[in-house]
Design a binder for this molecule. Structure first.
Ligand code: PGA
Length: 248
């Protein structure tokens, strides 16, 4: 049985004080008994949010990382640095990073592997653009991203530590959600790709989230689909809506 995982991606929102205040305002109403809950603030807020989460089962996540260990990489953050403030999960390959910062599957793959070396679990994002959905290349596009991002990662690691997030770009921040059926169809397809790459057992264990305009009104339906094991939540993770989604 795959445990659901719901992660809040705050993106470039909240100052350190705002981040801390927000965590204090929601943490007691978040029920973590059946769902893994992860909060991913901006780098500068990680340490303070880590402290604010102390004593809860809510886990800390980062939004990005660099794949080198240390050295002259101005502006970058290493896996060890993330580990030093208690980060347990890290989003990699978000479509905004792929688009604005030109991250390729190869870079995503290097980041995921580096995170896993230090036992931080990657949340690997994949998803097609509106154009790719409309010209019917979306299965191909997502398959290529999944294969490229997972390349060389061992199967028991995939089964136990890797999270894949299917995020159709046309549904991110647009208010346009994929229907639960569309989301499930792709999550099932991704599971099938994992089965082809590894085996059925690995595919049955890997957790696959859906992300893109998840909100309290659609969370229940989405999270009850057969192949969707959680949600990656952007905009709605910045408000009390996140509590409602987690307690869906
Ligand atoms: P959204 O973002 O929930 O605001 O659509 C999702 C994401 O980008 O992870």
């Amino acid at each position: 049985m795959r445990k659901k995982i719901i992660a809040g991606n705050w993106k470039m929102n909240y100052s350190v004080n705002q981040a801390e205040d927000f965590v204090y305002s929601i943490k007691d109403s978040i029920n973590t008994s059946e769902v893994d809950v992860v909060i991913c603030p901006n780098f500068v807020s990680l340490d303070r949010v880590s402290e604010a989460l102390d004593g809860t089962n809510i886990m800390l996540g980062a939004q990005n990382v660099y794949f080198e260990d240390k050295g002259a990489y101005t502006g970058e953050t290493s896996v060890d640095m993330l580990a030093s403030v208690g980060v347990r999960y890290c989003i990699v390959g978000h479509s905004e990073r792929r688009e604005y910062f030109k991250e390729t599957d190869e870079i995503v793959n290097k980041k995921a592997k580096k995170l896993l070396e230090k036992d931080i679990y990657p949340i690997i994002c994949v998803g097609e653009s509106l154009e790719q959905r409309e010209n019917n290349t979306y299965f191909e596009v997502v398959e290529k991203e999944v294969r490229g991002s997972l390349e060389g990662i061992e199967k028991d690691i995939i089964a136990s530590k890797v999270v894949i997030a299917y995020e159709p770009i046309w549904a991110i921040g647009t208010g346009k959600t994929a229907t639960a059926e569309q989301a499930n169809e792709m999550c099932k397809y991704i599971r099938n790709v994992v089965s082809k790459m590894y085996d059925e057992d690995t595919a049955s264990k890997v957790r696959i989230q859906y992300g893109g305009s998840v909100k309290p009104s659609n969370a229940n339906e989405i999270l009850n689909m057969s192949d969707i094991d959680g949600a990656l939540v952007g905009g709605a993770s910045l408000t009390n809506d996140f509590t409602a989604i987690v307690n869906y």
